[in-house]
Each structure stands twice: as C-alpha cells, then as structure tokens.
Design a binder for this molecule. Structure first.
Ligand code: BGC
Length: 453
C-alpha cells in the first residue's frame, strides 16, 4: 500500500519536472563501504516480519477480503490463498530456522479470532497458540502484532476507526486475545502503522496522487457500504485518516493498558511508518514535516509504550530555498536517474531511529525494514549496509531491541497485489513452495556472528 503511494507520487513528481528537488546522485559516487566489523549487543533480536492478511490466505471474515471483491476495485489482485501460511506455518518456521532467526514478528488476525462481534473463536485462538508454541520450541521469540491493516468485516460495517466505539472494541479484543494466548508472547505490538495514511498525505509531493486515489477509495468504500446495506464501510484505506486518528490513538492507549493488565512484564508498543524526511536544500522545512507526519504519535508513545516500533523504507528530500545539499548516495545495481529506487537509501533507518529516540527517549525496536526489489543482489548489498548504519545509532547510545527484516517471504503487498517482492525467500504461486534467496545467506551469516563485517 505504502509503496504504491510513494511510487506513484514519485512518478507524478518526475513528470512535473521536479527531479532536482529530489536530489540526483552523481554517477559513480558509490558510498565507500565501511570496512570495520561492527558487533551487535548481546541478546539482540534478529528476526523477520510478516502480517496475517499478507501471508495466511483466505482471511474471509476480514474487511479487506470483502473490499477485494467490490467494484470499482482498488486492489491489483485479490489476496486469495496468499502464501497459505495458515496451513504451511511449519514450512515458515523451517525457513526461519534455516536463516537462524531468534525472533519472528507476525500478526494474529482479529477477523479470525472475533469473526462476529462479541463471538470469539477458541479454535482460531488454538491455531495461534500452536504456532506460538512451535516458535518457542524452535528457539524463536514470538513478536505479535494485534492489528495489521485488516479488521473484521463487522468492524468496517460499524464504521471502522471512524466509529467512536472503535477504541473499546479493539481493546476488548486485545484483552481476550491476551488472556487466551498471551502467556508465551515475547513482545506485543498493538497497531501497525496507524499514521501511514497521514504521513503520506502531508508530503508535499503527494497531493496530486491522493486527489485521485482518494476519489477511487471513496467510491470503493461507498460501493462496499451499499453492498452490505450499511451507512458506511470503513477500512484502513478509507481517505478520512484525519477523522480516524483520534480513535486510533485512543485504541492504542486502551490496548496498551489491556495488554499490560494481563502481563505487566510484556514489552508492548506501537509500530510506526517513519519516512526519513531530509532537506534537499538549505532552509528546507523537513523537520516541520516530520512533526506533522508523525509528531502526534510520538507524543502518544511517550504516554503509552515500552518501546517504539520503527519501520522505515525510504528517504524523501524536501526542497528548501537555499543552497543545494549533497545528493543521494549512489547504490550498486541502481540507475542513479531512477528516483523511485534511489529513495531506498540504507541511511534512512539510522536517521529515523535516532530521531525517534531523541524525541521520545524510548527504546527502539526496528519492527520492519527491507527492500522491494526483484534483483536479490540489491538485497544482498542492502542488508549489511543498513545494519552498519543502524549500528552507528547503537554506538551513539540508542537502545535498539532488535531488527526485523521485512519480509520473511514474498507476499501479498496490499493494493499492489503480488508483484512487489520483499522476501528473503520466494514462494511459488502454484505449489506454495518456499525457496531461500541468496540474501537469506547474507543475513544468516550476520546473525550467526552477531556482527557485520
Ligand atoms: C507495512 C507492510 C508492508 C510493507 C512494505 C509496511 O508499511 O507494514 O504491511 O508490506 O510496509 O510495503
């Protein structure tokens, strides 16, 4: 979802001839790779991330499953079977073991656990319990997200996050889920990227894209409301993210309290999509943009959160009126004129990690970071680079709990369907067979050594 936004924004921007504003890299100006070996703290969590709707398949009671059927259609593909991880989770664990992960972030699906309002499925809870137990047996710490984009269909029919009751509905589900399966969880994440729609909408480059996208989403949501005979049908892709934000904030705070009431010892936080806004020129107001894009959430996490989940994929340069600042660093296998790719800078993660720590003083957990590419050589290069930069933040004293690479396997990338590839392993779309990519071996070596050289 987010990638599509940014890529379309980027295209619009390039078409508008604003390339200079993005900063073009000088050909051949490759960043000199740091040669020294950097060691990570003892007990560092090395993991990978996924989300239920993106890998499990057949999340039939969810709001998105329904949205994937309405006309006008906003998804490039329906999610369908995805990677069939609902049945093939043992194969996923085998992949994790082959890479040597000691943690795994995934989401439990609200639509499975509470398919009808107030009716909780013990069988589905047991499914997740079996999975969590198997992870523990494999020496892998379960990092559990309670809500990752998809909600139950009944929740959307009741107005989704625009419904004033939504924080209580969510907290009630978290309380139930925690009581039934919370004992073996290692880390809890309440809501995934509750501000992603806000962040992308405040980017000056996004205006034209969202004018069109919001029109499409409004029509699709109206069609879903009509088809279900409701006044409204509201999913996370609904354009009124401003209207949803107060409820999302209250939902996080209430869920945090509910989870901690069951297990006070469980590290619990929210995971945020943090674009690294930087200046393209002197005098750029990129710091104001950071505040507008996610500042409100950084206040919330100060009140409710044991850590902040940082999820960074890109660096966006914001024009100012003064002298031009240094361009993006060149990257191997990337055409420096290809701005959609150049923004995937490995320094972006370090910058947001440092910023969020400065702003909040909370421990940081990199709950997502990765690279969308069909060329795995780029991922082989990217992983050690991004980790060396992350280590710079750790060396400066930022407490970082771990790094979860997005993603374990290629999966359903929301509105953009199955085309984007983020995985350390590919998945055959007919047989569901998982195959490790060469980048998985690069990651494995880092994990084994707890160091990057
Ligand atoms: C989301 C994931 C998504 C990833 C790559 C994050 O914003 O949490 O669900 O697949 O980015 O676009």
């Amino acid at each position: 979802m987010t990638d599509r936004h940014i890529e379309l924004n980027r295209r619009a921007l390039l078409a508008a001839g604003s390339m200079a504003a993005l900063g073009a890299a000088a050909p051949g100006a490759l960043a000199a790779p740091a040669s020294a070996t950097v060691r990570f703290p003892k007990g560092f969590r090395w993991g990978a991330s996924t989300a239920g709707h993106q890998i499990e398949g057949n999340n039939v009671n969810s709001d998105l499953w329904f949205m994937e059927t309405v006309k006008p259609q906003t998804f490039d593909d329906p999610s369908g079977d995805t990677c069939d991880s609902y049945h093939r989770w043992r194969e996923d664990i085998a992949i994790m073991k082959a890479i040597g992960l000691n943690a795994y972030r995934f989401s439990i699906e609200w639509a499975r656990i509470e398919p009808i309002r107030g009716q909780f499925s013990l069988a589905e809870i047991d499914h997740y319990k079996r999975f969590i137990a198997a992870l523990r047996e494999a020496g892998i710490e379960p990092v559990v997200t309670f809500y990752h984009v998809a909600a139950p269909r009944w929740f959307a029919e009741a107005g989704g996050w625009l419904n004033p009751e939504s924080p209580d509905l969510f907290a009630n589900y978290c309380d139930r889920a925690m009581r039934l399966l919370g004992a073996e969880i290692g880390v809890a994440c309440t809501i995934n990227e509750p501000q992603v729609g806000l962040t992308y909408r405040v980017m000056p480059q996004s205006g034209a894209y969202f004018d069109k996208e919001d029109e499409k989403q409004t029509a699709a949501h109206a069609a879903a409301a009509k088809a279900t005979g409701r006044d409204r049908f509201v999913t996370m892709n609904h354009p009124d993210i401003k209207g949803m934000t107060p409820q999302l904030m209250a939902a996080h705070e209430k869920a945090f309290a509910a989870i901690k009431a069951v297990r006070g010892d469980l590290p619990t936080g929210v995971t945020l999509n943090l674009v690294d806004f930087e200046g393209a020129n002197e005098g750029s107001r990129h710091m104001d943009l950071r505040k507008a894009a996610y500042g409100g959430w950084l206040e919330v996490v100060k009140r409710a959160g044991d850590f902040v989940g940082v999820q960074t994929y890109r660096q966006i340069r914001i024009p100012g009126s003064g002298a031009k600042l240094p361009d993006f660093e060149a990257m191997p296998y990337v055409d420096p004129a290809h701005m959609e790719e150049m923004i995937k800078q490995p320094t972006a993660l370090r910058n947001t990690v440092e910023y969020v720590y400065e702003q909040t003083g909370k421990p940081i957990f990199v709950t997502e970071n990765g690279l969308e590419t069909e060329d795995d050589r780029r991922r082989e290069w990217y992983i050690p680079q991004v980790l060396k930069h992350l280590h710079e933040a750790i060396a400066k004293g930022v407490p970082v709990m771990g790094y979860m690479h997005w993603s374990l396997i290629d999966n359903f990338e929301w509105l953009r369907g199955y085309k984007p590839r983020f995985g350390l392993a590919s998945v055959d779309r007919q047989t569901f067979a998982r195959t490790l990519k060469p980048s998985a071996a690069v990651y494995r070596k880092i994990i084994r050594n707890n160091a990057v050289s």
